[in-house]
Design a protein around this ligand. Sequence first.
Ligand code: 13P
Length: 334
Amino acid sequence: MSHRTELQDTINDLVDGHRGILAADESNPTIARRFSAVEVESSEETRRAYRQMLLSTEGLEDAIAGVILYEETLRQSDDNGVPLPQLIATRGIVPGIKVDKGKGPLPGAPGDMITYGLDGLADRLQGYREQGARFAKWREVYPVSDYNPTPLGLSANAEMLARYAAQCQNEGIVPIVEPEVLIKGDHSITRSAEVHEQVWQAVFGALQRHGVVLEYMLLKPSMVTAGQDAATAPPDQVAELTLRALRRSVPLAVPSINFLSGGQAPAEATANLNALNQRRADGLWQLSFSFARALQGPALEAWHGKTENVPEAQAALALRARLSQLAMQGKYAP
Ligand code: 13P
């Protein structure tokens, strides 16, 4: 592989033992949904203003090592004409890019989904690199039922993640591999643990078949929790079952595991990450975060599309980032 030094440098910048990743890569339909909840219209300009607000937060670099951006944001600039990727890069935050193109049903596997976007990916990655992106993200989703994910769903989704990751490493871009087991439904935490093991084992089998170098990637998984319509499991149990499933499935060559928040409330996701780090034994992977909603939620509510609310919104983001950082050390007190 010709890009080893570059990939290692990016890993060193993203995995430093005390910072996590901010996911700010909502596609246009997703950000429109988030904006409409706070009665803000989604336009190119409101999206630019919102992302500028997030990315110019003072001290963001203290707790955040990388930000996942959306394609449109990579081309946008702040009020002073500074490109948004450059705005963060100059403060020691690595710009990243979401590269998948959404999802739909997987034919032949009722109830399972599959993500689009492999065609032309190499060309797109080269373009994103020129715009400053040094890492990428691709998400596959797994709805849970008594029958899902099916064996076909497990193997097809794992193949997609592996082909994406191999392509990224070929272009000198660190892949974040994101298999998200959805929280939707009333499944038990035991069922969630079973599905997570199946998913991670299928994903790592495929990554190894495709020659992906595990030292040069990050895993962005969901936590093992009960479905959102079932009784919430306590952080200790979430941590115990998540760590057990990880130990059974994820090689130690992976440098960091950066959890998504997946619809958990900010305090819940943070408490669960904290419990994970309190139980984490020495020599295991770094256990960090790559939250979108659990970092941005309170900031978006404070912002409400108004310039005069920017300081309050930035304070809300800085607080969630700092609390998530404390959870990485197992020192978060709600
Ligand atoms: P949430 O933390 O809101 O689940 O988002 C993470 C993410 O990047 C989903 O792709």
